[in-house]
Write a protein that binds this ligand. Structure first.
Ligand code: NAI
Ligand code: SOE
Length: 379
């Protein structure tokens, strides 16, 4: 079997998850990484990757690389994806695809013109029970969709001493919580239901108007050890929290709450979809079960098990029922579909392409506009 060579730019939190997932596929070799000069050599040793670059352009221009994974802060995605496509490489980019719509449109057009694989890592789509609900809706099991509600809640930015590049609009984009985590929820809901949001109304809140930015590099979760003189008070211009309500193209209604300051909620994406026959509810903190709500009988709890689900969902299950799969498995399943197309083994693109990234950015921009104008905004 010919192996496809992957190179990863940015090996912080999620770049490492990409490498782990790629190594679980039989047709991929992780051959190189690129990151900051101060860390890249040590990272390469730690990760067991032979080639490393402190200049990401060298990775992109290496003739040994077939596919580039972009796992850097958001503002770098556009220039890196553009350079990689221009160099003839397939691209897997983290979400949000860019920080504005015009850059995203340019990338969609470039990828199309080059005929290269272009994917966005909306990994939440690849939980098997998410795709079970999608199949149930497509097969008419749930009837017409009346409403959708849910949330994406986290607490890692709970204290004003919590700090990250995502708090800086020049690095992360104008929206924070909506672009960073709301984007997953909106992608998921449109993917599962097949509905399109047509109008949005949003209300943002920034509870920490200022935060304490560390003046020296700190390891994640080591913030409590810093003294007052180690911080600088900086203004915060992006949302900690947002409520968004939606109107969908079939007349359904939706409501989403996102928050990065919600104590005790570590990384919890949840949704409940109510149809004219049944309802379904799922949460990422117990991803191996789905609640099915009925009016005229006992409700059900479906446990992830290959023998109990639709074929599309079964394809994403690699372990028997009771042998739980989770977050890292979603990366593996997305990459399996992507690399299936790169290798020519598959022709159907069952992964989110750059067009899904464009949809995400477009929704985000309308949501920001709605919050600013305090009004419904048409998509
Ligand atoms: P991080 O801050 O942990 O890692 C980013 C890495 O990029 C760091 O190692 C940094 O040194 C490196 N980097 C920065 N500038 C660079 C440059 N010019 N050249 C090469 N490397 C550079 O950030 P994290 O959490 O890994 O997020 C990265 C991206 O992944 C973001 O866009 C984020 O939204 C997305 N993400 C997606 C997740 C998902 O579940 N799909 C989960 C976490 C992040
Ligand atoms: C931080 O909010 C973060 O890492 C997001 O950037 C990811 O997209 C999400 O999957 C987990 O949380």
């Amino acid at each position: 079997m010919k192996k496809i060579n992957a190179g990863i730019i940015g090996v912080g939190f999620i770049g490492v998850a990409h490498i782990e997932a790629l190594r679980r596929l039989s047709n991929v070799n992780v051959v190189a990484i690129a990151d900051d000069e101060s860390v890249v050599k040590a990272k390469a040793e730690q990760l067991g990757v032979d080639t490393y670059y402190s200049d990401w352009q060298q990775l992109i221009n290496s003739k040994d690389i077939d596919c580039v994974h972009i796992c850097t802060p958001n503002h770098l995605h556009y220039m890196m994806a553009k350079a990689a496509l221009s160099a003839g490489k397939h691209v897997v980019c983290e979400k949000p695809l860019t920080t504005n719509k015009s850059e995203t449109e340019e990338l969609v057009a470039l990828a199309e013109q080059k005929g290269l694989v272009n994917a966005v890592n909306f990994n939440v789509r690849f939980y098997p029970l998410v795709q079970q609900i999608k199949a149930a809706i497509e097969n008419g099991d749930m009837g017409r969709i009346f409403s959708v509600h849910g949330s994406y809640l986290q607490d890692w930015l709970f204290y004003d001493t919590d700090y990250n590049w995502r708090l800086e609009p020049e690095t992360a984009g104008e929206s924070r919580a909506v672009a960073d985590i709301g984007s997953h929820w909106m992608d998921l809901i449109e993917f599962i239901t097949g509905l399109r949001a047509t109008e949005v109304f949003a209300d943002f809140a920034t509870f920490h108007k200022t935060r304490k930015k560390p003046l020296k590099p700190i390891e994640t979760y080591a913030g409590k050890l810093l003294k007052p003189e180690d911080y600088k008070e900086v203004p915060i211009n992006t949302e900690d929290y947002a409520t968004v309500i939606f109107r969908f193209d079939n007349g359904a209604r939706g409501a989403l709450t996102v928050s990065q300051v919600c104590a005790g909620r570590k990384n919890r994406i949840t949704f409940e979809i109510a149809g004219s026959k049944k309802a379904a509810a799922w949460t990422s903190e117990s991803p191996n079960e789905v609640w099915i709500g009925k009016r005229d009988g006992a409700n059900e709890l479906l446990i992830r098990d290959p023998s109990l689900v639709y074929p599309g969902s079964r394809e994403l299950i690699d372990y028997p029922g009771g042998h739980n799969e989770g977050f890292p498995d979603t990366f593996k399943q997305n990459f399996k579909k992507i690399y299936g197309v790169i290798s020519g083994e598959k022709t159907v693109k069952e992964y989110p392409e750059f067009s899904a990234g464009l949809r995400g950015i477009s929704l985000c921009e309308k949501i920001v506009q709605s919050n600013k104008t305090d009004s419904w905004v048409k998509i």
